[in-house]
Design a protein around this ligand. Structure first.
Ligand code: 1GP
Length: 271
């Protein structure tokens, strides 16, 4: 199987932007996970992420990941809050550092502790810089983040550029799960003009309009979590619209760039 990172990059290269569904094991049972993931896959979400800020039970995580793996073909990527967020049943793991944490544990401590188990399980690590902004939600609180205000896009851009220079291959701009306001387009646009690696945006995205604005501003991956936790009959129409608008807007952005993937270095524009 082609690596998960290559798969994501290839899809972004072709489509400009993709949607990923996030399932928080703390809010669901394996049976729900199975159903939600297969509905999301049918609506053409590109991958399933599994993780949650206060996740502590590895057994429950394993049961959820196993259930999802049994029901979908798209990759399952762990989104760990701590070393307890690692499961051998996933395909890959965002190997992430919370760049604006004030606690070294979330910068490098947990990663050091988790590294050997990631290797032992044969999980594909995908290096990612995680930046929490705005109100930050539970992730901001638990991760002891020095939250970057939405009206300071230049600060977010500096952290994102540092992530790129440190060799991280994706940057995640996080508003916090259930955030009242998703990351604003002014922030995404500033980060987009500053860095050359793909941008992931999540937190508080509830409508196709939110998703459209976010992709237009330069996001390559749009993550939605909470909206998937209801009954499939409730979330299906809206999720379908979100996935569609992400891809449609992504294609438009690509076209405007002259087919140069938005995350490619500016000096690598199509010759
Ligand atoms: C949280 O960015 C994700 O880590 C998703 O947020 O639950 O608000 O969609 P929501």
């Amino acid at each position: 199987m082609v690596g998960v990172e290559s798969y994501l990059l290839e899809r972004i290269r072709k489509e400009g932007a993709i949607h990923i569904s996030l399932l928080d094991p703390e809010n669901i049972e394996p049976e729900d996970a199975k159903l939600i993931a297969s509905e999301a896959e049918a609506l053409e979400t590109a991958a399933i992420m599994v993780g949650g800020t206060t996740l502590a039970s590895v057994d429950h995580l394993n049961a959820i990941v196993k259930a999802i793996k049994a029901s979908v073909k798209v990759p399952v990527i762990l989104f760990p809050n701590n070393v307890t967020g690692i499961s051998p049943y996933a395909d890959a793991i965002w190997f992430m550092s919370l760049l604006n944490s004030t606690n070294p544990y979330f910068l490098i401590g947990a990663q050091a502790l988790g590294s050997a188990i990631v290797k032992r399980y044969g999980l594909e690590p995908i290096p990612m810089g995680y930046i929490i902004m705005g109100e930050g939600g539970a992730a901001g609180f638990m991760g002891q983040a020095q939250l970057i205000p939405y009206d300071k896009p230049e600060i977010a851009a500096l952290y994102a550029l540092a992530a790129q220079f440190l060799g991280m291959r994706f940057v995640y701009l996080e508003a916090g799960s259930r955030a009242r306001y998703p990351i604003p387009p002014s922030v995404i646009a500033k980060v987009r003009e500053t860095i050359d690696i793909p941008i992931i945006v999540g937190g508080g995205i509830r409508t196709p309009e939110d998703a459209e604005v976010i992709v237009k501003a330069g996001a390559n991956i749009v993550v939605t979590g909470t909206m998937l936790e209801g009954k499939p009959s409730n979330f299906k129409p809206i999720l379908g619209e979100i996935v569609k608008v992400v891809r449609k807007t992504g294609m438009e952005v690509l076209k405007n760039l002259g087919d140069r993937p938005s995350f490619m270095p500016r000096n690598m524009a199509r010759r």
